[in-house]
Design a protein around this ligand. Structure first.
Ligand code: UDP
Ligand code: MG
Length: 318
């Protein structure tokens, strides 16, 4: 029989965190007035996380392990969890205890009380994040809000509860490299929110280096807006106008007999135009890359093993 609640947890090299997570999540989940499963999605961990998970599985019947063949990334791991989850409600939660599990009953209560399909976990306090992370996150959410025109919750990460209808809608999306925290509000289901204090990572190190943060930002922007393409056009127009003025000036200067040394202006023009061209090419490339990924239609993750059904052979995969 399917459980009523699924708790989806992406796990990537979290050997130190997993025992702490179990110790805090299990009492909360066991005290719920519903049946539940915990879907730990092992995102191709290379440390002893798989061993630790197997050990936990032996004494925690509600735990389920879904192992991906290779590291697919945070968002893809969550997607894999959503595709595997059986619950009528699904909560997604980070493994590192930055999202306190104690909030889950409140999310469930909100969903039931208001008939909400989505209950966002909103961070009331980011004092445990670095100044850089806070400032970059704020700028990032504002930018996406302006670009996408969706009412993406500011300060809502990937800690949220979703109804079966919402999860089915997400699973049916053909889009690749989706950033769920912006995709979910764009689906337009009735929502509510619960505020919580985001704690410090319980153990281990962040799996989100700057490069991955930039990747996530680019996916968010290109996933929701073609404004950068239009900005490239405007840059071209403004640059063209400036070049025209410069040309007029050069003609007048040479007609009036001034001989220009010309080195500085040449260097500035060449470097400036080169930079703008590269930027515009890069912007174009981001969209071409997205179209390419979409055309290839290659799954963003491959499931190798599900503790519910055993090894998954490629023929079983959707
Ligand atoms: N994660 C994952 N695959 C990755 C990177 C991260 O499944 O390639 C998981 C990680 O184990 C954690 C969650 O995604 O449960 C969030 O990662 P992390 O805490 O490192 O990010 P941060 O909180 O620093 O932004
Ligand atoms: Mg974290």
């Amino acid at each position: 029989m399917s459980p009523e609640l699924s708790i989806v947890i992406p796990v990537y090299n979290e050997e130190d965190v997993l025992p702490l997570l179990a110790a805090r999540l299990r009492p909360v989940a066991d005290a719920l007035d519903t049946t539940y499963e915990v879907v730990a999605v092992d995102d191709g961990s290379s440390d002893s996380s798989p061993v630790v998970l197997q050990r936990m599985l032996r004494e925690w019947p509600q735990l389920r392990i879904v192992r991906l063949r290779a590291n697919a990334g945070h968002q893809a791991a969550i997607s894999a969890g959503l595709a595997s989850a059986r619950g009528g409600y699904v909560v997604t939660l980070d493994a590192d205890l930055q999202d306190p599990p104690e909030v889950i009953p409140e999310m469930l209560a909100q969903a039931r009380a208001h008939g909400a399909d989505v209950v966002y976990g909103v961070r009331s306090d980011r004092s445990t994040d670095s100044v850089f992370k806070r400032l970059s996150a704020r700028a990032f959410y504002r930018l996406i809000r302006v670009l996408s025109g969706t009412r993406a919750q500011v300060d809502a990460g990937d800690y949220r509860l979703m109804s079966r209808a919402t999860v089915n809608a997400i699973n049916a999306l053909p889009e690749h490299h989706r950033v769920l925290r912006f995709v979910v509000p764009a689906l337009g289901f009735p929502s509510a929110s619960v505020t919580y204090r985001r704690d410090e990572r319980a153990a281990g190190k962040s799996k989100y280096p700057l490069a991955k943060m930039i990747r996530l930002s680019l996916d968010s922007v290109t996933g929701f807006s073609t404004a950068p393409l239009r900005a490239a056009t405007w840059l071209g127009l403004v640059g063209g106008a400036a070049a025209f003025l410069l040309l007029a000036y050069a003609l007048v200067a040479s007609a009036s007999g001034h001989t220009l040394p010309g080195w500085t202006s040449t260097v500035v023009a060449v470097a400036g135009v080169g930079a703008v061209q590269l930027l515009c090419l890069g912007i174009l490339g981001e969209y071409v890359g997205r179209m390419y990924a979409h055309l290839q239609a290659r799954p963003t993750y491959f499931v190798a093993y599900d503790s519910l059904t055993g090894p998954v052979t490629p023929a079983d995969e959707p």
